[in-house]
Design a protein around this ligand. Structure first.
Ligand code: 5AD
Ligand code: SF4
Length: 438
């Protein structure tokens, strides 16, 4: 196969897709493809898609519409759809979009090279299986090229929770953990290539159970083991579910220095009635108590969450309970969404909340969350934090990095990308902080 082919990947949705896109690029690298950020020069375009909300899925079809131009100019161009839309609507994509050559679900990426061979021979290829083999092990070993200082590492995939609104259990399949020893190997390899911070990823990352012959490994044990890797300075994890929290993970926030003071723990709603209808199997109260335990272990923990407003049958009273919970917890960061009915999920069959009402609730919730986010940023002013330098800023001598609490920080320094510096925060801007090296 020619060795100068170009691959363009567009990634939608969550961080797991970002990680998967990297691994797909590496798999195709073995076939002579190098990555480009210019779709017009690509020999293959891959859309790595997200199905979580209706808008995300619709974007894929409109993007495919735009891709027609490239295909018209370059008939040899191959177009592939990967990710959760591929999983959920593979056959339909093939029907609706005759120019799509390849559809590959999230558990089948390791089969991409074979599929590409079929595509190059003029066939169309679809693979949306949930294969037995571990895709990560079958993917090519990660090449030794230097890396940016912060990296994602998927350790767990899939979900068995079946929240009534969510497509993830259908698109990503059942909860599966990667064996600890493979995760550690990949982490060491990343560190050798310049990585200083690793974010462990999973749809339910705290349900991690990657046992070996010495027994069961929960996420806390994995984190403690990773903390022993020299050169790895920071560890984070996302996304967690309140029901899978083990005591040792809470404790690790207090005694594991490399574990950063940040927790993304979605609650979705503050109304017990709605939580029940969502099949969340926790209450607002049990969530708040859990947060208290984390804050006891690590008082400066920055909390992040996900919320859905306008879930079927949500009343103004239910919504007020969500606002109450947000006021009680105090979030430094949050993501809020208007409910979007997803085909095949239980909630999709239920009576919907009036659209204008749902929009209004979203606005009110976002106003409160924005206020809290600003306050949390403002509270950093005067404090000293660690900042991992990630890239040069716009002006000479400037650098941009991430603080321990995951705030973007701008500063002037002679230090290099990948350095971890101590910084005093001097100002809070709209979406970032300004600091001075101490
Ligand atoms: N509608 C709106 N938001 C959703 N999420 C998941 N499914 C839906 C849906 N059908 C949100 C949840 C989840 C985040 C990743 O996306 O808040 O935590
Ligand atoms: Fe979806 Fe709920 Fe599983 Fe999260 S826990 S991926 S929201 S079903």
């Amino acid at each position: 196969m020619a060795s100068d082919k170009k691959l363009y990947i567009k990634t939608y949705g969550c961080q797991m897709n970002v990680y998967d896109s990297e691994r797909m690029a590496e798999a195709m690298g073995g076939q002579g493809y190098t990555q480009t950020d210019r779709p017009e020069e690509a020999d293959m375009i891959l859309l790595n898609t997200c199905h979580i909300r209706e808008k995300a899925a619709e974007k894929v079809y409109s993007e495919l519409g735009r891709m027609k131009v490239f295909k018209a100019e370059k008939p040899d161009l191959k177009i592939g759809v990967a990710g959760c839309v591929a999983q959920a609507e593979g056959e339909e994509i093939m029907r609706r979009q005759p120019m799509v050559d390849l559809v590959v679900g999230p558990q089948s990426y390791h089969r991409l090279p074979e599929m590409n061979a079929a595509v190059q021979a003029g066939k169309r290829a679809v693979d949306t299986d949930f294969p037995e083999e571990d895709k990560f092990e079958h993917l090519k070993a990660r090449p030794k090229a230097a890396r940016a200082p912060a990296a994602f590492l998927t350790v767990q995939e899939g979900c068995d929770k079946f929240c009534a609104f969510c497509v993830v259990p259908y698109t990503r399949g059942a909860e599966v953990s990667r064996p600890a020893e493979r995760v550690l190997r990949e982490a060491r390899d990343l560190v050798e290539r310049g990585v200083r911070e690793i974010t462990l990823l999973g749809q339910n990352v705290n349900a991690y159970h990657g046992g070996d012959e010495t027994g069961d490994w929960g996420l806390a044990r994995l984190i403690r083991e990773l903390a022993r890797v020299d050169g790895l300075e920071r560890i984070r994890y996302t996304t967690s579910h309140p029901n899978d929290m083990e005591d040792d993970l809470i404790a690790a926030h207090g005694d594991c220095e490399k574990l950063m003071p940040y927790l993304h723990l979605p609650v979705q709603s503050g109304s017990d009635r709605i939580l029940k209808r969502m099949n969340r199997s926790h209450t607002a109260e049990s969530y708040v108590r859990l947060i208290e335990r984390f804050r006891d272990a690590r008082p400066d923990l920055l909390l992040s969450g996900d919320f859905i407003v306008g879930f079927p049958e949500e009343t103004e009273e239910d919504f007020q309970a969500t606002l109450d919970l947000v006021r009680e917890v105090g979030y430094g960061q949050a993501y809020s969404f208007k409910y979007s009915a997803r085909p095949g999920t239980p909630a999709a069959e239920r009576p919907v909340v009036d659209e204008a009402e749902a929009n209004d609730r979203l606005q009110r919730l976002q106003a409160l969350l924005t206020e809290q986010q600003r306050a949390a940023q403002q509270a950093m002013v005067g404090r000293e934090v660690g900042v991992l330098l990630e890239k040069p800023g716009r002006m000479a001598g400037q650098m941009v990095g991430k603080s321990d609490h995951l705030h973007a920080v701008h500063l002037t320094t002679g230090a290099a990308v990948g350095d971890l510096v101590r910084v005093r925060i001097v100002e809070s801007m709209t979406n970032s902080l300004t600091g001075e090296v101490v």
